[in-house]
Design a protein around this ligand. Structure first.
Ligand SMILES: Cc1cc2nc3c(=O)[nH]c(=O)nc-3n(C[C@H](O)[C@H](O)[C@H](O)COP(=O)(O)OP(=O)(O)OC[C@H]3O[C@@H](n4cnc5c(N)ncnc54)[C@H](O)[C@@H]3O)c2cc1C
Length: 357
């Protein structure tokens, strides 16, 4: 074997996976199709809002949270309805994650230098009954420095492990195939893409200048989602959300192409939750786009009003920031692909934040 572990994708999931494994003295190869300028992937562009439960920040604000309340909210939002099948692992993972968020997560990040904005945000309030969708209390802990602030400590760790020889990081290495033997994955093969000097988030060339093949005991795929691949989004669009909108924006750079999902499936990997996709309705076009159809999300405060194409208020709880998928459904049902989000300059000055700019 060339390596103990190969990690495909150097977004935040890949950085965390690679550095945690290297921390225990195991040798990792980290591959990414993009140039080094895009290290950290989507997370760098993100708002850096983290899910923590019963944190000191919440307690300081008088918010009463608990593992059980967070679990109830998680169940209400996830709507696990395939418990004999594809939800088996999702539900176990969810429970473990809620316990992590109520337990060691904050201290782990704090020890790495991550700090939080003292006001905890309230994302996806839901606005239904207690066991319905949404967070019953504010839990959106914004990392000091937003997205770049959450990528930085993991990038620091990566560089330390590159220096001490535990991680080898190869950019412009695009995995095209997972190699299997006797039904088990034993490595990856793919294309070396030509060097690129594009800035972070910009689309890079797909010109191939070579090939590679590496073997490892374990291959972890951390290749991100499908947000920039509108064909794949339309193909997997859930019927409960009506027909896909004619026009969509991309909250993510072009490299979030979903290509690795089919490659993983070809090697026998099982893809779950294809239809459980996440979209924001409060999106606007970036006036100065970094990637194609670059959309920026408005993180709305409570004072704007939201009307359908004909000027009627949406029914409760389709208010800004309450239930984005519910609101998407409501907009789609009007038969129009647009709605009116109305506010004054004063509201913008007091309440607006933009995510993805
Ligand atoms: C604007 C914005 C705001 C957000 N705000 C928040 C927030 O506040 N809170 C929150 O929790 N989440 C937020 N998110 C979501 C969160 O940032 C992402 O879910 C997360 O960063 C995804 O990380 P990832 O490592 O799984 O994927 P990615 O960041 O997409 O990384 C995947 C990597 O894999 C590489 N790759 C893909 N295919 C291949 C291949 N075949 N070969 C080699 N490499 C490959 C890609 O080039 C990429 O570098 C936000 C996202 C955006 C875009």
């Amino acid at each position: 074997m060339d390596y103990d572990v190969i990690v495909v994708g150097a977004g935040l999931a890949g950085l965390v996976t690679a550095t945690e494994i290297a921390d225990s003295g195991i040798k990792v190869l980290l591959l990414d199709q993009e140039p080094e300028s895009s290290l950290g992937g989507q997370a760098w562009w993100s708002f850096g809002g983290l899910f923590l439960v019963n944190s000191p920040e919440q307690r300081r604000m008088g918010i009463k949270d608990s593992t059980e309340l967070a679990w109830q909210d998680w169940l209400g939002t996830a709507g696990f309805d395939r418990e004999e099948d594809e939800d088996i692992w999702g539900k176990k993972w969810a429970r473990a994650y809620v316990e992590f968020a109520a337990g060691e997560k904050r201290e782990w990040l704090h020890n790495m230098g991550v700090r939080f904005f003292p006001v905890v945000g309230w994302a996806e309030r839901g606005g239904y009954l207690a066991d319905g969708h949404g967070n019953s209390v504010p839990r959106f802990h914004i990392v000091w420095g937003t997205g770049p602030g959450i990528v930085a400590p993991f990038e620091r760790k990566l560089r330390e492990h590159i220096k001490n020889g535990l991680i080898e990081y190869r950019s412009r290495h695009r995995v095209d195939r997972l190699l299997t033997r006797n039904g088990a994955v034993e490595g990856v093969s793919g294309s070396i893409l030509e060097p690129s000097t594009v800035s972070r988030g910009e689309a890079s060339s797909r010109e191939i200048i070579g090939e590679f093949e590496f073997k490892a005991t374990i291959v972890a795929v951390t290749s991100g989602g499908i947000g920039a691949n509108h064909d794949l989004i339309r193909k997997n669009w859930p019927s409960r959300l009506g027909t896909p909108p004619r026009q969509m924006l991309s909250g993510v750079p072009a490299h979030v192409d979903g290509r690795m999902l089919a490659i993983t499936e070809d090697a026998g990997g099982r893809i779950v939750n294809r239809d459980r996709m996440w979209h924001y309705t409060e999106g606007i076009k970036n006036w100065n786009p970094v990637w194609n159809l670059h959309g920026i999300r408005i993180l709305p405060g409570p004072s704007s009003i939201w009307l359908d194409a004909k000027g009627r208020r949406f029914p409760a709880p389709n208010f800004p920031g309450f239930d984005t998928l519910g609101t998407l459904e409501a907009i789609q049902k009007t038969g129009y692909s647009y709605s009116w989000f109305i506010l004054t300059q004063k509201i913008i000055e007091r309440e607006f934040a933009l995510s993805g700019s």
